[in-house]
Design a protein around this ligand. Structure first.
Ligand code: TYD
Ligand code: MG
Length: 453
C-alpha cells in the first residue's frame, strides 16, 4: 500500500505543519505535536453532491432503539438497557481493574444466547484468554477469538464473521501498518479507533473498545476517544477492595446517571444487587467517629458508613487524609466545624474514609461526614441505626437534597430507625414509614441531635 501523507497537528490549537515540532509555532505550547494521516478526498463540485432535504421533525419516524441484553444486568443498566447495534462503546479504566474480565464475561454471555461475538485480544495470547474464559464460564461455541494487533487484519475478520458484538482489548495495542507512530501513540490510537467505529456504523456490529487510562490521564488515553464513540463507560474502584463501579460518563443512547456495581471474585465479576449491605458495617456497638450517609449512585440510593478519626497532631502541620471522600470537601467541612461550631481542629490530624472502597461525590453526604468528625472529636458515638442526609453550607446550615423519599425507604429497608435531615426536606415528605425523622436547620443542632441517645 502506498504510504499515506501525514501532517503534524498541534493538539492544543489545531495548527498544522508538514514537519514535526517540539513547540507549536502558533500557540507556543510544548509537546502537543501529533502525527495524523491526511485522507485525500476528491474535491467535488456542489452540484455533484447528494443534497439533503429539510424535513419537519414530526415527519421523522420515531425509532425505538433496538437493544440486546448482554445477560449481565449491571452492565446492561450502565449501558442504558443493553447493547445498541452499530454503537461504539469505550470501556475505560486503570490497568488491572477488571475490564478484560467483565467484557469477556459479557461476550460469553451474549454468545451463549446464540449471537456471534468476536473477542480481539492484543494483550494476551489466545491460550490466556481461553484460560480466563474457562474460569469465568465463558466458553461458548459462538465466542470467536482473535489474537491480533494489526487493525486491518482485525477488520478483515470482523467483516468475515460479522459478529453482533466485537470487543477490542485494548485499543492501545492496535496499529495501522501504514502509519508511522508506535501502537498506543495518539495518531495510532485515534486512527484505529476511527476505523473500528466506522465499521460499527457501517455494519451494525456493536464495537466495544477497551482503553487503559494512562497515568498522565490524557495522552493516547481514553480522553482522546471520548468524542468518537457513542458511549463511554468508566470502570472504577479501589485496587485494595473488590468493589467496582461501572459508570456511564457519556451515553448517546441513555442516561449518564446509571451505574453498574460489581464485585471482583474468584470467578470473575459478580453483580452486586444489594449495594447498601456491603458498605455498611455489621456490628452492634458503633465507636465514636462513625456516621452513616445515604448517597445516590445513579438512580439507586446506597447507604455508606463514613469513618472519621480526629487525633492530636504529634508534630508539624496537621494532616488531613481521605479515602473515598473528596479532600477539598472535607477541608470545607472542617472549616465550617471550626468557625461555626467552634471545634478546635487546627491542631488535630483528621482522617476520613468511606467504607468498602466507594467514592462519594454527592454533597448529600456532607452531614454524615461532619457528624463523623464531630463524633470522633468529642469522643461520643452516634447511636447505631441513625442515618444522616444533607448538604452543609458555608454558613453551617443544613441544606435539603433530592430523592429524599428513596433514600429514606432504603434506610428503612436496612433497619435504620432514625434519620437526620434538613428541615427543608420535611415538607413534601408524606410517609416516613415508622422512621423517626428529625429535621434540622443548622449543623450545631444536628450534632446535638445525633449524639443524643
Ligand atoms: P483484568 O480483567 O485483567 O483487568 P484489566 O483488563 O482491566 O487490566 O483483571 C485483572 C485482575 O482481576 C487481576 O489482578 C486478577 C483479578 N481477577 C479476579 O480476581 N478474578 C477473576 O476471575 C479474574 C479473571 C481476574
Ligand atoms: Mg486487560
Amino acid at each position: 500500500m502506498a504510504k499515506e501523507k501525514t501532517v503534524y497537528v498541534c493538539q492544543a490549537c489545531g495548527a498544522r505543519s508538514p514537519r514535526w515540532f517540539g513547540r507549536c509555532p502558533e500557540c507556543g505550547e510544548w509537546n502537543t505535536c501529533v502525527e495524523e494521516v491526511v485522507r485525500k478526498e476528491k474535491p467535488g463540485r456542489v452540484g455533484d453532491l447528494p443534497v439533503s432535504e429539510v424535513v419537519p421533525i414530526t415527519q421523522i419516524p420515531p425509532s425505538q432503539v433496538p437493544r440486546r441484553a448482554t445477560g449481565i444486568g449491571e452492565l446492561d443498566r450502565a449501558l442504558g438497557g443493553g447493547i445498541v447495534p452499530g454503537s461504539a462503546v469505550l470501556v475505560a479504566g486503570d490497568p488491572g481493574i477488571g475490564k478484560s474480565t467483565l467484557l469477556l464475561q459479557a461476550s460469553g454471555s451474549l454468545a451463549f444466547s446464540g449471537e456471534p461475538v468476536l473477542y480481539v485480544s492484543g494483550e494476551e495470547s489466545a491460550q490466556q484468554v481461553r484460560l480466563r474464559a474457562e474460569r469465568i464460564g465463558a466458553l461458548s461455541e459462538e465466542l470467536w477469538l482473535l489474537a491480533e494487533t494489526n487493525v486491518e487484519a482485525v477488520l478483515a475478520q470482523m467483516e468475515k464473521i460479522s459478529p453482533t458484538l466485537a470487543v477490542v482489548d485494548s485499543v492501545q495495542t492496535l496499529f495501522a501498518p501504514e502509519l508511522d507512530g508506535a501502537p498506543g501513540g495518539v495518531s495510532q490510537v485515534r486512527e484505529c479507533a476511527a476505523r473500528l467505529v466506522g465499521f460499527a456504523k457501517r455494519t451494525g456490529t456493536a464495537v466495544f473498545l477497551i482503553g487503559h487510562v494512562t497515568k498522565e490521564g490524557t495522552i493516547a488515553g481514553p480522553r482522546l476517544l471520548e468524542h468518537m464513540v457513542d458511549t463511554v463507560l468508566a470502570l472504577e474502584g479501589d485496587r485494595h477492595h473488590a468493589y467496582r463501579v461501572l459508570r456511564a460518563v457519556k451515553n448517546r443512547f441513555g442516561s449518564t446517571n446509571e451505574v453498574g456495581l460489581f464485585e471482583m471474585r474468584e470467578r470473575g465479576m459478580a453483580e452486586v444487587l444489594n449495594p447498601s449491605e456491603i458498605f455498611l458495617p455489621e456490628r452492634a456497638e458503633v465507636p465514636p467517629g462513625s456516621a452513616v450517609a445515604c448517597t445516590m449512585e445513579g438512580t439507586r440510593p446506597i447507604l455508606v458508613e463514613i469513618q472519621a478519626l480526629v487525633a492530636p497532631t504529634a508534630f508539624g502541620y496537621p494532616q488531613r487524609s481521605t479515602t473515598g471522600i473528596d479532600g477539598r470537601r472535607l477541608a470545607m467541612l472542617l472549616a465550617v466545624l471550626e468557625k461555626r461550631i467552634g471545634l478546635r481542629l487546627g491542631d488535630q490530624d483528621v482522617f476520613c474514609n468511606a467504607a468498602g472502597g466507594v467514592r462519594i461525590e454527592e454533597p448529600a453526604a456532607d452531614l454524615a461526614v461532619a457528624l463523623a468528625v464531630a463524633s470522633s472529636f468529642r469522643d461520643r458515638p452516634i447511636p447505631s441505626r441513625t442515618v444522616a442526609i444533607g448538604e452543609v453550607g458555608l454558613g453551617g446550615e443544613v441544606r435539603p437534597v433530592g430523592h429524599i423519599a428513596q433514600r429514606l425507604s432504603e434506610a428503612q429497608k436496612l433497619g435504620f430507625e432514625r434519620c437526620l435531615l434538613a428541615k427543608g426536606n420535611l415538607k413534601g415528605l408524606s410517609r416516613t414509614g415508622g422512621m423517626w425523622v428529625i429535621g434540622v436547620e443548622r449543623l450545631d443542632a444536628a450534632i446535638v441531635e445525633a449524639m443524643r441517645s
